[in-house]
Design a protein around this ligand. Sequence first.
Ligand SMILES: Cc1cc2nc3c(=O)[nH]c(=O)nc-3n(C[C@H](O)[C@H](O)[C@H](O)COP(=O)(O)O)c2cc1C
Length: 360
Amino acid sequence: MFETKLTRTLKIRYPIFQAPMAGGPTTPELVAAVSNAGGLGNLGAGYLTPEQLRSTVRKIRELTDKPFGVNLFVPEQPDGSEDAVVQMTDYLTTYRVQFGIAPNPSTPDFSESFEEQVQVLLEEKIPVFSFTFGIPPQDVIHAMKQLDTVVIGTATTVAEAELLEGAGVDAIVAQGYEAGGHRGTFLKEVSESLIGTIALVPQVADQVSIPVIASGGIMDGRGLVASLALGAGAVQMGTAFLVCPESGAHAMHKQKILTSSEDSTEITRAYSGKEARGIRTAFMSDMHQYPGQIPDYPIQNALTRDIRQAAAKANDPEYMSLWAGQGLRLANAQPAAAIIAQTIEQAEALVNNKFHYSGM
Ligand SMILES: Cc1cc2nc3c(=O)[nH]c(=O)nc-3n(C[C@H](O)[C@H](O)[C@H](O)COP(=O)(O)O)c2cc1C
């Protein structure tokens, strides 16, 4: 019933993507479970070394013969003076003492090499390649397409979507304000690019001629039907899949999502130096008082990494990054296949009963 141009192109049964979520949630088990259930599982690979990336892609292939996607972060040139880094390192010492970790952050590299990650993906000939935070060099998009890899970019405004279409991508994720995790914004300031999903999707769909994937706050069949009505060819759901048993998210992260409400999140630069939506924590509040300038991504991300890791080890959610979207009250800790089946069932019931469902 919900076949779209995009489901035909991708050869998937249902127009449901499990969002790529870098940092652990998108295990091979989660990606494969979603793809095996008829959706498109996506690996968030932004933080993986080339070796980890290759072995994870191979593991996914052992678990499914269905299409899946891999997502990378397009690198950016961070602004940030030496002084700002020294000042932040100093400021973070309190937390290092609190968790009993070395006084200086271990930051051998601020981020993984995009070129090396891309090389692995080209060698592994993956079905779908998606990216966020910008537009990769033309030769990367071209090389992927030469291998029949479907290429998908991320936009938070119509102007970004138009640029992505011009760069030759096959489809666009329209990421609304509600979305959990990092903002994909790359043209203007994030504060000028905060468009809600319901406003963003139809405006992007009207302005580009390639399929649009709605993302941000979509948690169930209602969100799916609404997105298709707005002109999307599929939805990309992150928070909904974050709490699955197959997800590698920390148990505290899952628990916080399952016990928080729609007003529990905020967009912050505190953890990574790039705006991202997550559940409010003591660390986020503390950083409101920070007197200096928070260094840009990926510097701040590297400076806070071992604090976040130590907090995770100590099961202390107040110093972990608890990325989540505004729809979190609708999250349900069920296996990925059940989330897909229920989303489709609810969407079909809505359409078949002309939008009458219990509760309306
Ligand atoms: C924990 C987490 C990690 C994320 N990591 C990525 C990522 O690596 N790449 C990406 O394109 N989007 C990432 N996102 C954003 C998702 O692609 C998507 O836009 C978002 O989850 C949609 O909003 P929702 O969480 O309300 O469903 C992440 C989101 C979350 C919650």
